[in-house]
Design a protein around this ligand. Structure first.
Ligand SMILES: [Zn+2]
Length: 158
């Protein structure tokens, strides 16, 4: 039993008993790493502003790495969010800012290039639900809306 106490610990947050290697050394191992991570993510996603800031940092990093020119500030994107009233530019659905380990919300805020061939600047950017962005994929706005119209008309002809 004594041996067990040396290699295990109870997390102060989730109260689960885990091996010591799953604990954060910098906090004298009171909180397990899983709880630490979810706390950090909660901090990122607590407000739309924080969520957008994180979104811009990540997208800028990956797009620059791909050789794209990036000309958008976090503040500009947040202003755009306010201008859109927190709603998806295409569907009008209120966008969310939740990110968990498992479920990525369909309605989460995402950054879309209106013209996918165009530049990453604020004039060519709109905020849409992640699902909408996924559906639009590499279509330009006109092409995408045309397809949506065709599908809608074809499936609403009763
Ligand atoms: Zn824990």
């Amino acid at each position: 039993m004594l041996q067990l106490h040396k290699i295990n610990r109870r997390c102060s947050d989730c109260k689960k008993v885990k091996l010591l290697i799953f604990f954060d050394k910098t906090q004298k191992r009171r909180q397990c790493l899983k709880c630490k991570k979810s706390q950090a993510e909660h901090r990122i996603n607590r407000t739309p502003k924080n969520y957008i800031r994180n979104l811009v940092v990540q997208l800028r990093y990956s797009r620059k790495k791909q050789g794209h020119k990036w000309d958008i500030s976090k503040e500009e994107v947040y202003k755009l969010y306010l201008k859109q009233g927190g709603k998806c530019a295409l569907s009008g659905v209120e966008m969310t800012h939740i990110r968990t380990h498992d479920v990525e919300g369909d309605t989460n805020i995402s950054i879309d290039r209106i013209d996918p061939e165009g530049l990453y600047n604020i004039e060519n950017i709109q905020l849409v639900c992640k699902r909408v962005n996924f559906m639009k994929h590499n279509n330009n706005q006109k092409n995408f809306l045309n397809w949506v119209g065709l599908i809608y008309n074809n499936t609403n002809n009763e």
